[in-house]
Ligand binder design. Sequence first.
Ligand code: DP6
Length: 330
Amino acid sequence: MAKKLKATCQSPANIAFIKYWGKKNEKLRIPQNNSISMNLSNIYTITTVEFSEDYPKDSFELRNEPVSEKEKKRVFEHLDRIRKKAGIAYKARVVSINNFPKSTGLSSSSSGFSALTLAACLAAGLNLSKREMSKLTRQASGSACRSIADGFVEWQAGNNDKTSYAYSLFSSDYWKIYDVVVIVSKEKKQVSSTRGHALAKTSPFLKKRLEKMEKKIKDLKNHFKNRDFSAFGELSEKEALNMHAVMITSSPSLLYWTTGTLNLMKLIQQWRKKGLEVYFTINTGQDIHILTLEKNLKRLTRKLKSLKFVKKIIVNKPTLGTREIKKHLF
Ligand code: DP6
C-alpha cells in the first residue's frame, strides 16, 4: 500500500513584545533586530497537507475566507522549498482553517505559515529539529518562525539563513500573562506587513530605533526574569509605539490605526492611571492587544464589553508552539 503523505498541525499566532520591523535581507527574511514574543492560546490555524501523485497541481483552500492568487502563490512557493528539501515531486492539497479573521493585524501569517511548514514537512517525511523548522518557516513569513517554539520565544536576527532562527526563552507556564485581543473593526488592512517592512528604511527614525534595541532586549529579559509586570508592560507599550513611529514616518506613511484603535489606546492609559494595570501593544492593523494579569481580567472585560466600538474580545494565555494533531480537515 502507498504510504499516506498526509499530516495536520495546529499552530498559534504570537504577539511580539519586542517587534520585528524591517529586514536586512528581504528574500531570506533576515530581520534588522531580535524580537521576543508569546504564543497565543486562542488564536490559531489548523492546516492539513497531503502530497499525492493524484494531484495534478497544488491547491490551497482557507475555510470560511476567500484567498487571493498572490496568497496562494506564497503557499505554493513554500511547498516548493519543502519538496526540494524532502526530495519529492508530488503536488499537494492544502486546507486551512483560522479561528479568527485574517489580514486585520491578528498575525494570521504567523499561525498560518508555521502550521503549513510543520504539516508539509511531516507529510513529506522530513523530520527536522525545532531550530531547522524555525529557519524553514522564517523563509515563508518572519513572525511565523516564532510560533514554532513553545511559550515565550526569542527570534535571533542573525545574519544569514543559518544564524536566523527562534527558540524558547521560557515555557508557557513560566508566567501567566494574559493578552486580551480587542477587535475594533473587521476591515482588512491596506498595506501588508511584507510591503511595510520594505518601507521601514525610508523612516528617519529606523536607525535610532535600532541603536537602542540591544539595551531594550536586555531590559525585557530582566523584567521576565524578575516577573516584573509593571516594567514589562511599560516597555512593551513603548516599544509598540516606537515601531509605529517608524511606520507613520515612512514614505509613504503607514497609519494602521482607526478611531477605535486610538480611543482604546487612550482609555487604556486612563484606566491604568486609575489603578487597572493594563498595557497595549499593536501590530500592522487596527486591533489592540491588551497585556494584563489574571487578577485584572474581570474588571477589564467588563469595561471592554461596555464600549460600543468593540466588536469582539479574545482572551489568550501563553501556550505551546506548533504541534501535530490527529484530526485531518479532509
Ligand atoms: C508588526 O511576519 O507578517 O507583526 O516576514 O513579511 O511575513 P513577513 O512579515 P510578518 O511581520 C510581522 C510584523 C509585526 C511585528 C512582529 O510580529 O514582530
